[in-house]
Structures are given as structure tokens and as C-alpha cells.
Design a binder for this molecule. Structure first.
Ligand code: ITT
Length: 192
């Protein structure tokens, strides 16, 4: 079964492909020769994930998988949340992390979580799955693997940031993989 992953983020594609271990064939936007941005105009991860999936489903008519993810920091009242990708006003990961570390300077409560919402759209309907990982925000950036906020996110019970541990270890505990596993189980039960 072929499913299009509606993302322009190559790191997400790698992570999800790795987590699937061949459960189904994930096709990229490049594979289907789609170029351009997919609108994300909602105020929630759920809205944006479904918007991305529907946008591509309407164009290709094949089953589509999309995710919207966000970092929710407790002392910032859940920010950056839905604005995680462009928190600093740009999509630059370093600028985004600098803004986050600045906003949290001197904060003792550094707890946070990453949350992913997956939307799946096919001729069977529209479905949502979620996954999260709790942790805290480091005081400086550490590590050079992964993407986005990985250098400042330390998952619960771990000494390392996601960027220090690498994809194999990150895949055992990350929000997107957890949501993907729920989706895969559901698909393997004959749904979708
Ligand atoms: P698509 O919309 O094309 O899928 P995107 O990068 O814009 O790609 P999102 O809208 O879901 O993705 O934005 C989520 C942002 O959250 C992403 O750009 C990263 O900065 C950050 N993020 C999400 N998952 C992450 C992870 O596992 N590690 C580090 N940062 C992550």
C-alpha cells in the first residue's frame, strides 16, 4: 500500500520511514513531483495536520499521511506550540532556539513536551493520531544530530539532548514515532 507523506521536512520523512520498518510504502512529495508550500493556517496541531493531509489528498487522490508537531513549554504557557517552526519569525532552527533560551533565561521550571498530531486521509475517511514525549529544555544547545529543537530538548530520564543521542536512540522515545506506531497498529488491524 502506498501512502504519500505530505511534508517538506526531509528529517521527518527519514524518521518516519525508519520507524515504519516497511509496514507500508511511504512516498515523498518529491516522488509524486509536488513542489511548493502546503498551507498551515490553523491555531491547533490537529487543524494543521488535517489541512496538510487534505491539501495533498485533493490533488493526488492517494492515501495521505501528514503530521504537525510542536514544542510546548510549561513556563511559557505552552508556547511556542503551533508556532514552533517559525517562533523567531524565521524558520531558522538556531534563531528559534536562541529565542527560546532567551525567553527562558533564569527559569528554574524547564519542563516541556513535544507533541505530534498525525492526520491520515484516504477514501475511507479522515483520522487523527497523537504522540508526545515529556522532558525539559537545556540551558545551552548541545549536539549536532537531528533537526529543529533537538539540541535543546532533553527527554525525561535521559542525560542527553535528542541532538546528542542520534536517530536510533531518539526513535525509541520520540513523539512522532509514538504517533506513527499508533497509526501503524490501526492500519495493521485492517483499517484505513
Ligand atoms: P512540514 O509542515 O512540511 O511537515 P515543518 O518543519 O514545517 O514540516 P511542522 O509544521 O510540524 O513541520 O513544524 C514543527 C517544527 O517543530 C519543526 O519545524 C521543528 O522546528 C520542530 N520539531 C518538530 N519535531 C521535532 C523533533 O523531533 N525534533 C526537533 N524539532 C522538532
Amino acid at each position: 500500500m502506498k501512502i504519500i507523506f505530505a511534508t517538506n521536512n526531509a528529517h521527518k520523512l527519514d524518521e518516519v520511514k525508519h520507524a515504519l520498518q516497511g509496514a507500508f510504502e511511504l512516498v515523498s512529495l518529491t516522488d509524486v513531483e509536488f513542489e511548493g508550500d502546503i498551507p498551515e493556517t490553523g491555531n491547533t496541531l490537529e487543524h494543521n495536520a488535517m489541512q496538510k493531509a487534505n491539501y495533498i489528498y485533493e490533488r493526488f487522490g492517494l492515501p495521505v499521511f501528514a503530521d504537525d508537531s510542536g514544542l510546548e513549554v510549561d513556563c511559557l504557557g505552552g508556547l511556542p506550540g503551533v508556532d514552533t517552526a517559525h517562533y523567531s519569525g524565521t524558520r531558522d532552527a538556531i534563531a528559534n532556539m536562541r529565542k527560546l533560551l532567551g525567553a527562558m533565561e533564569g527559569e528554574a521550571n524547564r519542563s516541556a513536551k513535544f507533541r505530534t498530531v498525525i492526520a491520515y486521509v484516504s477514501n475511507a475517511g479522515e483520522y487523527l493520531f497523537s504522540g508526545e514525549v515529556a522532558g525539559h529544555i537545556a540551558t545551552v544547545m548541545r549536539g549536532d544530530q537531528g533537526f529543529g529543537y533537538d539540541p535543546v530538548f532533553i527527554p525525561e530520564g535521559q542525560p542527553l539532548t535528542f541532538a546528542e543521542m542520534g536517530m536510533e536512540a531518539k526513535s525509541k522515545m520520540n513523539h512522532r514515532v509514538r504517533a506513527t506506531e499508533k497509526f501503524t497498529r490501526w492500519l495493521n488491524e485492517g483499517n484505513g
